[in-house]
Design a binder for this molecule. Sequence first.
Ligand SMILES: CC(C)(COP(=O)(O)OP(=O)(O)OC[C@H]1O[C@@H](n2cnc3c(N)ncnc32)[C@H](O)[C@@H]1OP(=O)(O)O)[C@@H](O)C(=O)NCCC(=O)NCCS
Length: 195
Amino acid sequence: MTEVEPSYTTRPLTADTWDDFAALVEANNGVWGGCWCMGFHPEGVGQGRTPTGNRAAKRAHVDAGTVHQTLVYDGDVCVGWCQYGSPVELPNIKNPAAYAKGSVDPPAWRIGCIFTGSRHRGTGVARAAVAATLDAIKEAGGGIVEAYPEQVADRGPQRGAYFHTGPETLFEDFGFTRQRQIAKWRWVMRLDVVP
Ligand SMILES: CC(C)(COP(=O)(O)OP(=O)(O)OC[C@H]1O[C@@H](n2cnc3c(N)ncnc32)[C@H](O)[C@@H]1OP(=O)(O)O)[C@@H](O)C(=O)NCCC(=O)NCCS
């Protein structure tokens, strides 16, 4: 029997798709215990933040139009996402001090967190999410896109759970190249998306 790759579709996170996104987050315990994908947004997560507050903050960004997020669907079910946005929309990257030290011209866009529901991992959801995100960026005028993925090579096998910002190999496949290292296993990678 021939194995057929699942064919995923994508839609942006908006008020219309909020319920689909919320169902995925809720099915995964709020994601990291309730971050609701708020870590890169200006409010951040952590001390003083609650899962309920994070959910409300995310919804408020959706209503204000200050979210760029590609949702991936298997049929009618949202199974993953890729968050992106301008540095103003997503100011809170990991390793900010190391990043600031070697800071060069800011990118037009950055890719924040990537997530695939636990039952759909390893089936191309993240790949579909990044592909659609780069298409959307191209449509929106293109420019330099930064990602902050985890190194995969020369390292033991890692569970997907540790790759909040995605694996480096995924971004390499789309043409991103290493710009500089900001943590033992994390790199700034860049791609110039031509509109
Ligand atoms: C990392 C993660 C996004 C990968 O998603 P995925 O849908 O399973 O990835 P894909 O199937 O599209 O894989 C694309 C490529 O990524 C790489 N990859 C994916 N998972 C990997 C892993 N565990 N180790 C090494 N490389 C991996 C491979 O290069 C793969 O390409 P290949 O299948 O041709 O080898 C997923 O494991 C995940 O969601 N982890 C949790 C991250 C998280 O908590 N995010 C929220 C942060 S707030």
